[in-house]
Design a binder for this molecule. Structure first.
Ligand code: DGL
Length: 264
């Protein structure tokens, strides 16, 4: 047993899609979340800068005495997960591998689309992981640089969002039977993406798949939180406006939360 919280990091609000699944699947676990909305999006930045920012988020979470760190960000996973994992003595989980495995399982035609930020697509991490597991799979990569700003600005249900998603996905529509939402912000656009891709296309939420792996690791290391009556105190930190973060977070998580501003 270990009653310390699990730490989540993301460039902004996207990692909340992982937290929502965590809370659904493991409601006894406590969460500390840091979103770097002041510097989002990370996707168009250089690998060096993403690495530097990710380490700042990791160091912040370590000051909160977390028992595990979840990279609830594909871009940070693509760039810095391996080195952080090797440097820390607590488990560090990324979102890419769970999403890749789930897509292999879901695809009937062996044609998988990957939507991600410019850095995630440039790193080619999904294609590498998918083909390492299952070499005959065909992967269509597509960078969607306009998606994260739509979510961070709370415009993810707008008519602008519909237009942008429609225009962006044109090149893979009809070519794949499974699409990985390879950015944790994208599940907020899921209804629109599903509508544009067609109802028969399977959408894989890499963050949701990751929540199951968190459970496996907690069991493996025997660090689940004890099911005491002691109440949970989830804490959320943002580098930008707490009010803007709270608005998106409360609607997505369907609960009242407190958000604190932090300067890294
Ligand atoms: N949620 C991050 C991801 O999964 C978004 C990165 C960004 O800020 O561009 O990649």
């Amino acid at each position: 047993m270990d009653n310390r919280p699990i730490g989540f990091l993301d460039s902004g609000v996207g990692g909340l899609t992982v937290v929502r699944e965590l809370m659904r699947q493991l409601p006894h676990e406590e969460v500390v979340y840091i979103g770097d909305s002041a510097r989002a999006p990370y996707g168009p930045r250089s690998a060096e800068q993403i690495r530097e920012f990710t380490w700042e988020l990791v160091r912040f979470l370590l000051t909160k005495d977390v028992k595990m760190i979840v990279f609830a960000c594909n871009t940070a996973t693509a760039v810095a997960w391996k080195e952080v994992k090797e440097a820390l003595d607590i488990p560090v989980l990324g979102v890419v591998l769970p999403g890749a495995s789930a897509a292999i399982k879901a695809s009937q035609t062996g044609k998988i689309g990957v939507l991600g930020t410019p850095m995630t697509i440039q790193s080619d991490i999904y294609q590498q992981k998918i083909q390492a597991l299952s070499p005959e799979m065909k992967v269509e990569n597509l960078a969607c640089p306009k998606f994260v700003p739509l979510v961070e600005s709370n415009n993810y249900q707008s008519s602008l969002a519909k237009k942008v998603v429609y225009e962006t996905l044109g090149s893979i529509r009809g070519k794949v039977d499974t699409v990985i939402l390879g950015c944790t912000h994208y599940p907020l656009l899921r209804p629109i993406i599903q509508n544009v891709m067609g109802k028969d296309v399977k959408l894989i939420d890499s963050g949701a798949e990751c929540a199951r792996d968190i459970s496996v690791l907690l069991n493996y290391f025997e660090i689940n939180r004890s099911r005491t009556t002691e109440s949970l105190h989830h804490t959320f930190y943002t580098t930008a406006s707490p009010a803007a973060f709270r608005e998106i977070a409360e609607s997505w998580l369907d609960m009242d939360i407190t958000v604190e501003h932090v300067t890294l």
